[in-house]
Design a protein around this ligand. Structure first.
Ligand code: NAD
Length: 288
């Protein structure tokens, strides 16, 4: 699916997401209100806001994360999915494609939620330096973020690449082959191994995106983490780099994260409603 088609599909979901937000709004405690007001104020005053997200941002869209109960690692053993195993072993490749097919099924028609829309709105308001995402589900584009602002650190599940000749395929085309019985499909040009264009454990990170993410994290003055346990490296170094560069660090996550000790504000809760509330406060503050 092209970028325009994604965005069109995404806008349809916007209304539903905002309705859900009001239904699930649990933001009435005084402490929570203070934090939301303060974060909104920080965004208004910041020169450069970097948003860093993980799988937790997309659970409200129906896509399981890795580490929560019922998440992907409750079902599969991460060690089965090391890149080296994929390269060297046909059984591992078949197992990988089985897991990847299951994840893709949960992603391909998933709607963006209030959290995605709030981040897209930050871009629209000129308040987003960049969005560093560990997610591979393409939902930022459905919500309206532009390609120039999004750094996909772990690649995308929406495409497949040949590990030998780098030929790029639409994911749906390859899934049709998998459904027809190809358990570990191969490139029709060179016969090389096909793999979703995502980064597995042990696989090299994309050079441009990683370098750019480090540079922007170091230079920003407000760094916001949303929906990540911050245990997957090198992605999880970004908040550390931001902090070392002098940025304020905000963490919005349901559970504890590995960087809680260095955060300036931690909001433990559900990302969509919290982000929508922050955006609302921010708009009031700038009279929009
Ligand atoms: P993770 O599974 O390690 O952590 C997710 C965190 O999000 C948890 O700490 C959990 O408490 C929190 N969370 C879950 N739902 C939430 C919600 N609604 N609101 C607020 N917090 C919520 O995920 P990670 O840190 O992103 O790292 C794991 C890897 O998972 C990444 O590399 C990513 O590529 C991959 N992944 C991506 C997707 C996706 O694209 N949607 C899905 C699964 C895994």
């Amino acid at each position: 699916m092209g970028l325009k088609a994604y965005q069109k599909a995404g806008q349809k979901c916007r209304k539903n997401a905002l309705t859900l937000f009001t239904q699930h709004n649990n933001l009435d405690s005084e402490d929570m209100e203070d934090k939301i007001r303060e974060i909104a104020e920080w965004i208004v005053n910041a020169k450069s806001v970097v948003v860093f997200v993980g799988a937790g941002l997309s659970t409200e869209s129906g896509i399981p994360d890795f580490r929560s109960p019922g998440g992907v690692w409750d079902k599969y053993d991460p060690e089965d999915f090391y890149f080296q195993n994929f390269i060297s072993n046909e059984t591992a490749r078949e197992k990988y494609w089985q897991m990847a097919t299951e994840m893709y099924e949960s992603m391909k028609d998933a709607p963006p939620n209030a959290g995605h829309f709030a981040i897209a709105e930050l871009e629209r308001l000129g308040k987003l330096d960049c969005l560093i995402t560990q997610n591979i589900d393409g939902l930022h584009f459905k919500a309206g973020n532009s390609e120039k602002k999004v750094l996909e650190l772990h690649g995308t599940a929406m495409h497949v690449t040949c590990l030998s000749c780098n030929k790029r395929y639409e994911r749906d085309d390859i899934q049709t082959r998998v459904a027809a019985g190809q358990k570990a499909p191969r490139c029709d040009t060179c016969g090389g191994l096909l793999k979703p264009a995502t980064i597995s454990f042990g696989q090299s990170m994309p050079e441009r995106e990683t370098a750019e993410a480090y540079r922007r994290s170091e230079a920003c003055d407000l760094f916001m983490v949303i929906g990540s346990s911050l245990v997957v490296h090198p992605a999880a170094y970004m908040p550390v780099v931001a902090k070392q560069g002098g940025a304020k660090l905000v963490i919005i996550n349901r559970d504890e994260t590995a960087c809680d000790g260095m955060a300036d504000i931690i909001v433990n809760g559900t990302a969509g409603p919290i982000m929508a509330a922050i955006l609302e406060k921010m708009k009031q503050r700038i009279h929009l």
